[in-house]
Design a protein around this ligand. Structure first.
Ligand SMILES: [Cu+2]
Length: 105
């Protein structure tokens, strides 16, 4: 195989690889004691960055215990979505704060 062919093959592999791993990053911001709207088009493998803009500590905690992100004031926490379905979440310190992730396989 000559160098050009090798380069083309490598390029194709890298390009295809990046296509397969096209997971998206989303941000959900907490402000005024409320979760911002959850992303609409979530898939397994996508990343959610939870951002707490309040001066209070919050958590993003799944009712099914699939995630539990601690969020001190003015901080961010990152997670990769690992399961499909509707996952309800809440804040452990403020149970009135709730939301639902709708994740496709
Ligand atoms: Cu809270």
């Amino acid at each position: 195989m000559d160098l050009l062919m090798k380069s083309l093959l490598l390029f194709t592999l890298l390009w295809t690889g990046s296509g397969v791993a096209a997971a998206a990053d989303y941000k959900v911001t907490i402000t005024g004691m409320k979760f911002g709207p959850p992303p609409a088009e979530l898939k397994v493998g996508d990343v959610i960055v939870w951002r707490n803009d309040d001066i209070f500590r919050h958590t993003a905690t799944a009712r099914d215990k699939s995630f539990d992100i601690d969020l001190p004031p003015k901080s961010e926490g990152r997670m990769t979505i690992s399961r499909a379905g509707a996952v309800d979440y809440y804040c452990r310190f403020h149970p009135a704060m709730t939301g639902t992730l709708d994740v496709r396989p």
